[in-house]
Design a protein around this ligand. Sequence first.
Ligand code: S3P
Length: 173
Amino acid sequence: MKNIYLIGFMGTGKSAVGSVLAEQLGMACVEMDRQIETQQNMTITEIFERYGEAYFRDLETEFLRMQGSGRPVVVSCGGGSVLREENAALMREKGSIVLLTARPETIYERVKRSTNRPVLNGHMSVSDIGELMEKRRVRYEEVADLRVATDGRSIREICEEIQERMAEKQEQG
Ligand code: S3P
């Protein structure tokens, strides 16, 4: 089996879904942001403040390039990581890409207390979230192998749908 890359806007539940899905599939779960923080010994906010967003985006690419060819893993990806074509290409090459979606109102409720999402600094509102999401929507949709809505659903329900849909895709070849 190949890696599973969970992508989508901040607050769509990539980390929470990733850890349960990995457990169900007997795979390890890797959180891209946490790995980068550990490697750099800095929080995402500190990386953005000290070195800027472009540097952080390079770290995402580096992470995906270096990701080993060992046992397949579930990767919960940073929300902006697929914006760069090279990153999406690396994900495609190494696995399947699953997009998690949610409405701006849902996202806002999930992330409003977050202090480690620099992209939302000064933009923590339903309308700003909706605007940024709309800018990214086409990109998210074009790179994803399958799309799963998360509004009002439990982590288990979401994982169930991912597994069913992945199995369907496999059957279809
Ligand atoms: C970002 C999403 C964040 C993190 C960084 C930038 C983005 O990850 O990588 O703050 O541009 O959407 P999460 O989606 O895990 O919050």
